[in-house]
Design a protein around this ligand. Structure first.
Ligand code: COA
Ligand code: AMP
Length: 631
């Protein structure tokens, strides 16, 4: 089979194509309806199929001879702990924790928020929800109390599962004060909180609300997987949109399981039994799909790494883990490798490890810049494969289809549309552009299995954000072009979302927070380019008349405000007080022009500008921050 044949089949006859892929899974009831439209008009996959995702990820393998094979390899340089779970052990833990959740009143369709560091209990909690047909919503441990509260209020969970702390390199970050504050802020707090007490941080449990993980497990009885419909939600994962309110991406069970299985073969080219490692966090989509679900559904061992690319303890950390567990496919973000390259530019530390098990390196989450691509190719001697996707799709839209037919790599391109995705580049009128011309990257409906069903409790926002602009298409919010050979080049977001160290952040959300400060009259946040993190937020604020506090003081206060309200990962490196912001004659802040000015000095004066002097002032401000001219 060639890539072209497989791709054409998936687009010309999606039902036959995906029926074949669905047959790879052990459904309780094999679907007969492959593609249909619900009463809401949205496409649905495998509507009458019944399955359980945790069964596919665990019990199925135990029943089929993998019970004693490694399933989860936990490696935590920040605590010095390493732990292996076979498929049987992981199944038993999950079945027992599912029983524990049930005693707390969690049943099919109920929501459970998981706010945890990268410890095995996080994976167990996710799979236990799946086993019960409950819907998990994992909130990244780096988010502050306010963000946790916003997600709690949207998801309305019965239970929240957490731990006494996370560990950032050598810093212990207590979680309970954050959880307490989030529950205080929340309008619909869950009644019960399950806490994993870690030895690094003690915590007091609140009587009547908190339960200790171990005590709960000791008393719990294992439960069997609950059959769910393919279209029942498996999880809600919140991601940044253009406003302060995050979007709750809803993933189904059936389409997701089929897509996960298919992607392990086609995109990652790994075999059941091999060791697969996604160096990400369970709080992000990469962690959901490629730390937890896909490798386990495929029968691989998956690595859960609680550490950083550098400083835990050094820039050899990745090579050490690859060598120790005989990893065959490794997936991480370009930022992680840029951090390694900065500390060990000649990759001298790699020489100390036998990484011969590694066959391919996969990168995603942000643009793979050509210097990082070239460096990685040279130091690894391996195929370095970029692929492009989003929280919304849950798996790769564009990738090198190495599991079908490896295609030549073109630097700067994520390669070719993955079977199932009818990728088009449209102009602003919705007309496909010619090869080589830039436009908005869209996917012709139906989206393949695994992509979002809707936004949690907000179908109107789902339609408006993704479907309304070009009827019949899903708008990805990335711009780019396709070349004559159909290779896709992603040029960046066309909305107010920025990408910081592979993490997606909303400039609109940061602006809302800056604007909430009593001294701030108006503000703008733009992403400015950063050698390590790709982009970092820059805040520009105009103070209200009569504010007498020193600018430096307010600048510091605003950075602290973002750290406290949103989390340290979103904190701008700089917030600058400015006399005014450049605007159009109709009063719109020229954010795009400011962003361009932060990269280079010679940006032409926009024809719509109200007062050219405001732009010249901004140029000076950016120069003073070391941006613009000097770059
Ligand atoms: N919990 C709590 N805080 C967290 C956190 C978490 N899970 N993750 C990050 N933070 C904090 C950090 O401690 C840091 O806080 P500080 O400003 O008080 O020091 C802040 O958020 C920024 O962290 P980070 O963006 O990780 O930057 P860094 O300078 O500490 O580290 C890298 C730089 C390159 C090592 C780091 O960004 C990294 O590992 N990047 C790879 C990311 C990745 O793989 N993403 C995968 C997505 S596919
Ligand atoms: P997230 O939803 O957090 O996974 O972020 C998705 C966004 O990250 C995409 O819309 C892109 O803007 C960006 N992105 C992800 N992968 C790539 C890639 N390989 N190349 C360029 N941008 C990427």
């Amino acid at each position: 089979m060639t890539y072209r044949t497989e791709y054409e089949q998936s687009i010309q006859d999606p039902e036959t194509f995906w029926r074949r892929q669905a047959a790879d899974l052990a459904w309780y009831k094999m679907p007969t309806t492959i593609l249909s439209q619900g009463a809401d008009g949205h496409y649905r996959w495998f509507a009458d199929g019944e399955l359980n995702t945790a069964y596919l990820a665990l019990d199925y393998h135990v029943e089929n001879g993998r019970g004693d094979q490694d399933a989860l390899l936990y490696d935590s340089p920040v605590t010095g702990v390493k732990k292996r779970f076979t498929y049987r052990q992981l199944r038993d833990e999950v079945a027992r924790f599912a029983g524990a959740l049930r005693t707390l009143g969690v049943n099919k369709g109920d929501r459970v928020i998981i706010y945890m560091p990268m410890i095995p209990e996080a994976v167990v909690a996710m799979l236990a929800c799946a086993r019960l047909g409950a819907i998990h919503s994992v909130v990244f441990g780096g988010f502050a109390a306010h963000e946790l509260a916003v997600r709690i209020d949207d998801a309305r969970p019965k239970v929240l599962v957490t731990a006494s702390c996370g560990i950032e390199i050598a810093r212990v970050l207590p979680y309970m004060p954050i959880v307490d504050k989030a529950l205080e802020l929340s309008k619909a707090p869950p009644e019960r909180v399950v806490v994993v007490a870690r030895p690094q941080q003690s915590c007091e449990l609140k009587a009547g609300r908190d339960c200790d993980w171990n005590a709960l497990m000791a008393a719990a009885k294992p439960v069997d997987p609950v059959p769910v419909l393919a279209t029942d939600p498996l999880y809600v994962l919140y991601t940044s949109g253009t406003t302060g309110k995050p979007k709750g991406v809803v993933r189904d069970n059936g389409g997701h399981a089929v897509a996960m299985k298919y992607s392990m073969k086609v995109v990652y080219d790994v075999q059941p039994g091999e060791v697969y490692w996604a160096g990400s966090d369970v709080g992000w989509v990469v962690g959901h799909s490629y730390i937890v679900y896909a490798p386990l559904i495929h029968g691989c061992a998956t690595v859960l790494y609680e550490g950083k690319p550098v400083k835990t303890p050094d820039a050899a950390a990745f090579w050490r883990v690859i060598s120790e567990y005989r990893v065959s496919a490794f997936f991480t973000s370009p930022t992680a490798f840029r951090a390694i390259k900065k500390e060990d530019p000649e990759a001298k530390l790699k020489a100390g490890y036998d990484v011969s098990s590694l066959k391919k390196l996969f990168l995603a989450g942000e643009r793979l810049d050509p210097p990082t691509y070239t460096w990685l190719t040279e130091i690894s001697g391996l195929p370095v494969l970029d692929h492009w996707w989003q929280t919304e799709t849950g798996w790769a839209i564009v990738a090198n289809p190495v599991g079908i037919e490896p295609m030549p790599v073109k630097s700067g391109s994520a390669t070719l549309p993955v079977p199932g995705y009818d990728v088009c580049v449209l102009d602003s009128a919705g007309v496909p552009v010619a090869p080589g011309e830039s436009g908005k990257i869209c996917i012709k409906l139906p989206l393949p299995p695994g992509c979002l069903q809707t936004l949690w409790q907000d179908d109107a926002r789902f339609r408006e954000s993704y479907l309304a602009q070009y009827p019949g298409y899903y708008l990805t919010a990335d711009g780019g072009y396709m070349d004559d050979d159909g290779y896709v080049f992603i040029m960046g977001r066309i909305d107010d979302v920025i990408n910081v160290a592979g993490h997606r952040l909303s400039t609109g959300q940061i602006e809302e927070l800056l604007g909430s400060h009593a001294a701030v009259a108006e503000c703008a946040v733009v992403g400015v380019s950063d050698d390590l993190k790709g982009e970092v937020p820059l805040g520009l604020v105009v103070l209200k008349d009569g504010v007498s506090v020193k600018a430096e003081h307010i600048e510091k206060e605003l950075i602290v405000l973002i750290r406290d309200q949103l989390g340290a990962i979103a904190a701008p490196r700089n917030v600058a007080v400015v006399p005014r912001l450049p605007k159009t004659r109709s009063g719109k802040i020229l954010r795009n022009t400011i962003r361009q000015l932060s990269a280079r000095d010679d940006v032409p004066m926009p024809a719509t500008i109200d007062d050219p002097a405001a732009l010249n002032e901004m140029r000076e401000t950016l120069r003073a921050l070391g941006l613009g001219r000097s770059r």
